[in-house]
Design a protein around this ligand. Structure first.
Ligand code: GTP
Ligand code: MG
Length: 224
């Protein structure tokens, strides 16, 4: 009986979890991109599961996780796509850019090569995504300060040139992980509000409208 009760309780918890997953005010599709091994998968696991492993299992193609957050009294469901950084998957991964409202463009502060690739990734965003997609440039592996190859100022300057937000972070030590996602959600919401108020072009609003499981009550824009 006790077991049956426990199972019942477990099912209740699952049902509540499922309901919570369905229960949201906005849904944003986000993509994490950048060179292989910069820490994209690690960053997502830290954010979604609060876990980290030092083993490197390079992502094959694309994967995603869902996380619902609360931001300014709104439930925002995030569908976060983790792309493979390896060149050979580029055709698959760029197919997912369309419809993304936000990007985490990641490099590794201990790898100049990954930083030099940022410009190229930015071009990919311009080519394959909607015009108003918001981007946060993230310099990961901040815990490896002694091996740093990319000065903070260089990255700051590049982010400003490209019109991106900028953070340095560490998936390993959980530095600025939540902050990166919160900022991305905030800038997407700001863009949507501007769009609703007629300041910006209409494309940001179209993005929200095109997400098929966004409840219809949201059509008035984001009040985040
Ligand atoms: P692809 O899937 O090939 O595109 O790589 P990725 O960008 O997803 O890299 P992944 O998250 O698999 O991490 C690559 C390696 O870097 C792994 O060994 C991780 O443990 C390590 N790593 C990731 N983030 C950090 C970090 O913040 N600090 C340190 N020291 N290592 C990290
Ligand atoms: Mg990966």
């Amino acid at each position: 009986m006790a077991l049956a009760r426990d199972l019942g309780a477990g099912q209740d918890a699952q049902t509540q979890k499922d309901a919570a997953e369905q229960n949201f005010d906005y849904m944003f599709k986000l993509l994490i991109i950048g060179n292989s091994s910069v820490g994209k998968t690690s960053f997502l696991f830290r954010y979604a599961d609060d876990s980290f492993t030092s083993a490197f299992v390079s992502t094959v193609g694309i994967d995603f996780k869902v996380k619902t957050i609360y931001r300014n009294e709104k439930r925002v469901k995030l569908q976060i796509w983790d792309t493979a950084g390896q060149e050979r998957y580029r055709t698959i991964t760029t197919a997912y850019y369309r419809g993304a409202m936000g990007f985490l463009l990641m490099y590794d502060i201990t790898s100049k090569e990954s930083f030099y690739a940022v410009q190229n990734w930015a071009t990919q965003i311009k080519t394959y995504s909607w015009d108003n997609a918001q981007v946060v440039l993230v310099g990961n592996k901040l815990d490896l300060e002694e091996d740093r190859q990319v000065p903070t100022q260089d990255a700051q300057r590049l982010a400003a040139e490209l019109g991106f937000q900028f953070f340095e972070a560490s998936a390993k030590d959980n530095i600025n992980v939540k902050q990166v996602f919160d900022r991305l959600v905030d800038v997407i919401c700001e863009k949507m509000n501007e769009s609703v108020n007629g300041v910006a072009g209409p494309s940001a609003n179209h993005k929200g409208a095109s997400l098929k499981d966004t409840p219809p009550t949201n059509s008035g824009g984001c009040a985040c």
